[in-house]
Design a protein around this ligand. Structure first.
Ligand code: MN
Length: 501
């Protein structure tokens, strides 16, 4: 994906108690740690050693600089030595960027034979980071705490996961999502408070008339359509009737024209995602299926039926997972297999499943839609792979947002010769009945972001940065405890957030 440049600032805290000699050593060590993390293959975002901070004014200035630096996606904080935390109050209360607290120590092993008080005074993270943790907790600041030696692969992986999430959060700030048409009929879960979302999440969703989009689609030139149809034929297994010279090639050209028109609209308006609704296709000949599939594959967030929250969530998940193996798609729990031998979910949508989760070369086909009263739409048809995956749903609880995650095990798709849409089949964790009941108790939507690359750890970090509730349904979920957690969270977030959003 083409993302705006971003970096993470590595910041070390200390104080003047130690004198200039040790402080010089602390700064050199912090620089070495930052350089090693920057080089780590587990950390995709640049890590820049920014400063050794020793006074309240320095700390405050750095936090203000971080807020205003367009490249800074977040901070990693580490107290190599003791840094009294009253010094951090003014800075941290003004900090708007997310931070991760790395609890590490420069030296890995204690030199038991030679350890003296100089060593003890230099390697003080064991108590310095506890002082930092106190003020973070005292200020009720959401953050990730990563513990272990900085050379430890698991530590670097956890930091790397957080940098992915910080980058996705950074990408959301000022992002724009286009809602073509409005909501679908009287559907509740796809609605929500777009003002509250902009306050809480930093992205804007605005509606656009279908006539404006239709005009942009109409303006697409024939040569561009020729070229795109040629690209389709070289990328997918295109049905014979859709190929050049085929009886329904005109329908493929309509699909290409819709893709080019929507893409141009999104590029010209600098949008990061969009929604459609098959109820309002004014001026379009087909429901855009192929177009939505291919735009998703290029990193655009997408939600069907006006579902702007899922469009925004999908964009964030695509940024989080960028470069990792396994794709991410818009998804819908469509229908169930309730066999006594094992319950499964068949996930799909009318058309709009992202080909980044295709297990093999997609097939480009045309079939009637059955609803909507428009021409038969072209679409990519494929199976999704087996393996660990998850579904995530962002819902508006009225006074706040809740992110719900269900870990699933995708299985090999059975042969489905009559089903003309892309699909995935999975088994829910901890089991079908518990997972579905928990999801329904939590108010999770039928639309989700479905991913093989994004993990629960990523979404936990994301919810922490956003300051919203995360409800996880995984192998350890027990329904009674889960219901209690939901009730307690209702209270916690009402109290913690007050009347702000
Ligand atoms: Mn739907």
């Amino acid at each position: 994906m083409k993302l705006a440049p971003s970096e993470i600032w590595f910041v070390c805290g200390s104080q003047h108690l130690y004198g200039p000699g040790p402080l010089k050593q602390v700064a050199a060590n912090a620089g070495e740690v930052a350089a090693a993390l920057d080089k780590s293959k587990h950390i995709p975002v640049d890590i820049v050693f920014k400063a050794l901070l020793t006074t309240p004014d320095e700390i405050t200035q750095l936090c203000l600089d971080a807020n205003s630096d367009p490249k800074c996606a977040g901070l990693i904080l580490w107290m190599h030595t003791f840094s009294p935390s009253k010094m951090w109050i003014r800075g941290l209360t003004s900090l708007k960027k997310p931070f991760c607290h790395l609890h590490t120590q420069f030296n890995r092993d204690l030199p038991w034979e030679t350890i003296d008080m100089d060593f003890m005074n230099l390697n003080q993270a064991a108590h310095g980071d506890r002082e930092a943790g106190f003020i973070h907790t005292r200020l009720r600041l959401g953050r990730k705490v990563v513990v272990g030696h900085w050379s430890d692969v698991e530590v670097q992986q956890r930091l790397g996961a957080w940098t992915r999430v910080a980058r996705a959060w950074h990408d959301w700030q000022g992002a724009k999502f286009a809602r073509f048409g409005d909501n679908m009929r009287q559907v509740a879960v796809t609605e929500g408070d777009k003002v509250a979302a902009e306050i809480r999440f930093g992205f804007a969703t605005n509606g656009y008339g279908m006539g404006d989009l239709a005009a942009r689609v109409k303006a697409v030139n024939a040569e561009a359509i020729d070229a795109l149809c040629f690209e389709y034929e070289s990328t997918y297994t295109v049905a014979k009737e859709l190929r050049q010279g085929g009886a329904r090639h005109g329908a493929l050209r309509e699909g290409a024209q819709a893709e080019l028109g929507i893409r141009a609209f999104l590029e010209e308006g600098n949008f990061k995602g969009f929604t459609t609704t098959f109820e309002d296709l004014h001026g379009l000949t087909q429901l855009p299926g192929l177009a939505c599939q291919r735009l998703m594959a290029d990193g655009y967030g997408f939600g069907a039926e006006g579902d702007w929250k899922t469009a925004a969530l999908l964009r964030a998940m695509k940024v989080i997972g960028d470069g990792l193996p396994g794709g991410t798609s818009f998804m819908e729990d469509y229908t169930y297999h309730l066999s006594p031998k094992g319950h499964q979910v068949l996930g799909s949508h009318m058309l709009e499943i992202c080909p980044t989760i295709a297990v093999a070369k997609p097939s480009l086909q045309i079939h009637p839609l059955g609803i909507g009263g428009k021409a038969d739409p072209v679409r990519l048809v494929f199976d999704a792979p087996a393996g660990p995956a998850l579904n995530a749903s962002l819902v508006d609880m009225g006074s706040r947002f809740r992110l719900i995650v269900n870990e699933v095990k995708a299985v090999k798709t059975p042969k489905l010769p009559k089903l003309p849409v892309a699909r995935a089949v999975w088994e829910c964790q901890p089991d079908f009945k518990t997972a579905c009941a928990a999801w329904i108790y939590a108010g999770g939507a039928h639309h989700t972001g479905y991913s093989y690359s994004v993990t629960t750890e990523h979404l936990e970090d994301f919810a922490e940065i956003a300051g919203i509730e995360l409800a996880v349904i995984d192998g350890d979920t027990r329904l009674r405890e889960f219901k209690t957690e939901l009730r307690q969270n209702d209270l916690y977030y009402a109290l913690a957030q007050g009347l702000r959003v």
